[in-house]
Design a protein around this ligand. Structure first.
Ligand SMILES: *[C@@H]1O[C@H](CO)[C@@H](O)[C@H](O)[C@H]1NC(C)=O
Ligand SMILES: *[C@@H]1O[C@H](CO)[C@@H](O)[C@H](O)[C@H]1NC(C)=O
Ligand SMILES: *[C@@H]1O[C@H](CO)[C@@H](O)[C@H](O)[C@H]1NC(C)=O
Ligand SMILES: *[C@@H]1O[C@H](CO)[C@@H](O)[C@H](O)[C@H]1NC(C)=O
Ligand SMILES: *[C@@H]1O[C@H](CO)[C@@H](O)[C@H](O)[C@H]1NC(C)=O
Length: 448
C-alpha cells in the first residue's frame, strides 16, 4: 500500500496532520494498544493497516446476521452496557470527579452542579491540554462557559493528546478550531441519550454537506461505546450547569471523504473500489464540488462474493464494464445524506429528524429514474435499515466529510418491470442474462 494512501488512513484513527511514515506508525501503535502496554517498536505498514481495519470494521464482520439475531444481541448488549459503564468510570481514576472534589472539598458529580462545562474542564487535571487549546478561542470559551445552550462535550483526556507525535507539524489555528468544534454539540446528550442515538450533530459546519452540522456516530462494539468507531468513551455524565461532559480516549478527527473511506479499507471495499475505478465513477464521487452531501450504499467484498464467480467475471470483464457502471451508479445517492437517525437534503428543506418507529424514503440514485426504497425502523438503540424491502445495512453511519457510507452486505440490483409492475430483486439466484436484462435500460446513459 502506498504511503500517500496511508496518510489519511492514520488520520482516520487518531492524528492531526501526519507528516511521515514514522509518525504515522507511532499513532497507530497508540490507537490500538492500551496505555499500560504501549510499546515503542515501530509496526509494519501491514500492522498499521490491520489496526485501522480492525477499528473500523469489527462491526462489519460481527453484523452479518439476521434482524432477529441483531435483536437478541442488542438486548444482551443492553444488559452488559450498564456494567461496562461502571468499569469505564472506575478505569479513568475518577477523572474529572477528583478535580471537583479537590477544588470544592466534597461533592463529586452526584450533587447539583454549580460549574459550567468550561469550568469543569479547566479545573480538571486530566484535561489540561484540552483547556489550553480551548483557551486559544475566546468565542468557544464564552460559549462553553455560557448558557446559550446545554452543550455536550466529548472531552479528550491529556492522554488522548499524548497520542499526537511530538514532531507532528501543528495544524493551522483554523483547522484546530474545526477539530475542537467536532468535539462539541449544542444539544444535550447525557449518556442515556447517547446510548439510544446513532449520530450526534456537532458545532462543526460540514462544508461539503450543505453547511449542516457535521455529525459524530456512536457505536457499541467489543471496545465498549465508541465515537466514530475509534474513540472510546471512558467517562460519562460529568454534569455542568450548562451541559454534560463525556471523556474520550482519542481525539476526534473531522471525517475523511467518502472515497477515502472506500479506498482506505480494502479489506471491506477493494472490489467496490476496483469497480468504481474501472468504470470511471471514482473521480466523479471524489469531486466534492458536484454534490452537496450524499449517501453511498457500499457493498462489502462479501456482498460481491455472494453474486458468485460467473456474475463477477462478467461484471469485471471489458464487455461487462458498462453494466457494472450502471450497477454501481444504482448505489450512489447525490445531495441527500441519510444517516440512520437524521436526514440532510440539499434543497434547503431541513429534514434532520427521523421519527422513532418506522420511516420510509425513496432516494434517487445516479441511475436515471431509479430510486432506492429505504425503510428505517428505529426502536431505541436498535435500528434496521432495509433497502428495496430486502437488503440490510450491516454497518450504519460511516461518517464522511461529504456524506455518509452505509455498508450493505448484498449488492443492490435494480428492479425489473413485468407487465408494468416493478419486481424487486429479493436475493434469489441471478443468472448473467437476468442481470443484463435488469441493467440493459440504463447502459450507456448520457450522464454516466
Ligand atoms: C459549588 O457548590 C459548593 C457547595 O455544593 C460550594 O461549596 C462551592 O463554593 C460552589 N462553587 C462555586 C464556584 O460556586
Ligand atoms: C465563567 O463564568 C463565570 C460565571 O458563571 C465567571 O465567573 C468566570 O469568570 C467565567 N470564566 C471565564 C474564563 O470566562
Ligand atoms: C438547559 O437545560 C435546563 C434544564 O433542563 C433548562 O431549564 C434550560 O432551559 C436549558 N437551556 C437551554 C438554552 O436550552
Ligand atoms: C480525491 O481527490 C483528492 C483531491 O481533491 C486527491 O488528493 C485524492 O487523491 C483523490 N482520491 C482518489 C482516490 O482519486
Ligand atoms: C446535486 O446538486 C448539485 C448542486 O445543486 C447539482 O449541480 C447536481 O446536479 C445534483 N446532482 C444530482 C445527481 O442531482
Amino acid at each position: 500500500m502506498k504511503l500517500t494512501k496511508l496518510l489519511p488512513l492514520a488520520a482516520l484513527t487518531a492524528a492531526f496532520v501526519i507528516p511521515d511514515e514514522q509518525v504515522m506508525n507511532q499513532v497507530a501503535i497508540e490507537t490500538h494498544e492500551t496505555s499500560s502496554t504501549i510499546s515503542h517498536k515501530v509496526p509494519s505498514k501491514e500492522q498499521v493497516h490491520n489496526c485501522l481495519e480492525d477499528v473500523f470494521s469489527k462491526g462489519l464482520r460481527a453484523s452479518k446476521n439476521t434482524f432477529d439475531q441483531a435483536l437478541d444481541q442488542a438486548s444482551e448488549a443492553g444488559d452488559k452496557i450498564a456494567g461496562k459503564f461502571g468499569d469505564a468510570v472506575a478505569n479513568t481514576k475518577s477523572w474529572l470527579e477528583s478535580a471537583s472534589t479537590t477544588s470544592h472539598g466534597h461533592h463529586g458529580h452526584h450533587g447539583k452542579p454549580n460549574q459550567t462545562v468550561y469550568q469543569l474542564i479547566a479545573e480538571s487535571k486530566y484535561t489540561t491540554k484540552l483547556t489550553k487549546l480551548i483557551n486559544e478561542y475566546p468565542d468557544l470559551v464564552k460559549a462553553l462557559n455560557g448558557s446559550a445552550a446545554n452543550y455536550t462535550v466529548f472531552a479528550p483526556t491529556d492522554h488522548a493528546f499524548d497520542k499526537i507525535p511530538e514532531h507532528a507539524p501543528k495544524p493551522s489555528k483554523e483547522d484546530l478550531k474545526k477539530v475542537l468544534e467536532y468535539h462539541l454539540s449544542a444539544e444535550f446528550y447525557p449518556a442515556g441519550r447517547v446510548l439510544v442515538t446513532h449520530t450526534i450533530p456537532t458545532l462543526l459546519e460540514g462544508e461539503d454537506i450543505g453547511f449542516e452540522p457535521q455529525r459524530l456516530s456512536t457505536n457499541i462494539g467489543l471496545r465498549g461505546l465508541t465515537v466514530n468507531f475509534y474513540s472510546r468513551i471512558i467517562a460519562i455524565d460529568i454534569f455542568g450547569t450548562n451541559g454534560v461532559i463525556h471523556g474520550v480516549d482519542s481525539i476526534l478527527i473531522p471525517p475523511p471523504t467518502t472515497v477515502d473511506i472506500i479506498t482506505l479499507l480494502p479489506g471491506e471495499f477493494s472490489t467496490l473500489e476496483l469497480g468504481l475505478t474501472k468504470t470511471g465513477l471514482l473521480p466523479i464521487l471524489n469531486d466534492t464540488s458536484n454534490h452537496i452531501g450524499g449517501t453511498v450504499f457500499a457493498p462489502s467484498n462479501f456482498a460481491f462474493l455472494k453474486l458468485g464467480p460467473r456474475i463477477n467475471a462478467f461484471l469485471f470483464s471489458s464487455y461487462g464494464q458498462k453494466y457494472l457502471k450502471a450497477l454501481l451508479a444504482y448505489h450512489v445517492v447525490a445531495n441527500q445524506t441519510l444517516y440512520s437517525d437524521a436526514f440532510y437534503k440539499a434543497e434547503g428543506v431541513d429534514q434532520s429528524g427521523i421519527p422513532k418507529g418506522l420511516f420510509h424514503v425513496d432516494l434517487p440514485t445516479l441511475l436515471e429514474d431509479k430510486s432506492l426504497s429505504i425503510d428505517i425502523g428505529r426502536y431505541g438503540r436498535l435500528i434496521s435499515i432495509k433497502i428495496n424491502g430486502f437488503a440490510d445495512v450491516t454497518i450504519e453511519d460511516g461518517i464522511a466529510k461529504d456524506g455518509v457510507v452505509q455498508v450493505v452486505s448484498s449488492v443492490l440490483i435494480p428492479p425489473k418491470s413485468v407487465g408494468g409492475v416493478l419486481q424487486q430483486w429479493q436475493g434469489e439466484e441471478l443468472s448473467e442474462e437476468e442481470l443484463r436484462e435488469r441493467l440493459e435500460p440504463f447502459v450507456g446513459q448520457d450522464e454516466l
